[in-house]
Design a protein around this ligand. Structure first.
Ligand code: 5RP
Length: 233
């Protein structure tokens, strides 16, 4: 049997912990990424053992498809007024529960679902903690393709030290990455992330959303060597 890396082992532990919280009849928001995928694999086990009836609001087609395969009812985010609670991963978090998300490209729907949710739990392995948010991780900014250069210029005027159009590699070729909404992502590096930055980036003409989640997380469940720890705001 394949041995799991420490990070994968921790993803599995936090996945088990979050899935144990799900109660029948709830409407839950489901994020995107490998930690969420691990949770959906655990949810599959519960769905097999119990006839679990849930309503799910997914943050990407990938997560929605996985939930549909489990026989769960998947609702579009624009059809619901609220969500009992949601869980999602993160690329970085700091001691004030501020997050960077969106390296997986699903930040727009992730923010909608987090905002609609009465309680937002972030599930992470311990390597996602950073004392200086943004160190070694860009802030993903989803923007209209025709506004690319203008948005990059405005990001620099907000303090970005570097901006880069996100590309993907396939069959040794490089392609522009497009989101589910048909937009580009500009990854912007900042050495200092002030609390006003999330809103200021969204005020730039042509920006749909950005990957800073500075106030949304209510709780972070982090898998550490000693077990799963809960951090509350
Ligand atoms: C996707 C995200 C993910 O939550 C984030 O990238 C973490 O992913 P993973 O659990 O694979 O580390 O924001 O847009």
């Amino acid at each position: 049997m394949k041995t799991l890396s420490l990070q994968d082992q921790q993803k599995l532990e936090v996945a088990r912990a979050i899935v144990a919280r799900i109660e029948p009849g709830q409407r839950i928001g489901v994020g995107t990424g490998s930690t969420v995928n691990a949770a959906l694999d655990q949810l599959a086990i519960r769905c097999k053992e119990e006839n679990l009836q849930l309503e799910v609001v997914a943050t990407s087609h990938q997560s929605a498809w996985k939930c549909l395969e489990l026989g769960l009812k998947v609702l579009p985010a624009d059809s619901v007024k609220d969500i009992d609670w949601c869980f999602d991963g993160a690329d970085q978090y700091d001691s004030k529960l501020r997050l960077i998300k969106g390296l997986g490209g699903a930040l727009y729907k992730e923010k909608i679902v987090a905002t609609l949710s009465k309680f937002f739990v972030v599930i992470v392995s311990e390597d996602k903690f950073i004392s200086q948010l943004g160190a070694g991780c860009p802030v993903p900014v989803e923007a209209a393709p025709e506004k690319r250069f203008e948005v990059e210029k405005q990001l620099c005027s907000l303090g970005a030290t570097r901006t880069e159009l996100r590309m993907i590699e396939m069959n040794k070729r490089s392609f522009v990455y497009f989101t589910e909404s048909g937009n580009i992502i500009i990854d912007a590096e900042f050495s200092d992330i002030e609390n006003t930055l999330e809103d200021r980036i969204n005020e730039i003409s042509g920006v749909l959303e950005n990957g800073l989640f500075l106030t949304q997380a209510d709780e972070i469940l982090v898998a550490e060597s000693g077990g799963v720890r809960s951090i509350h705001r």
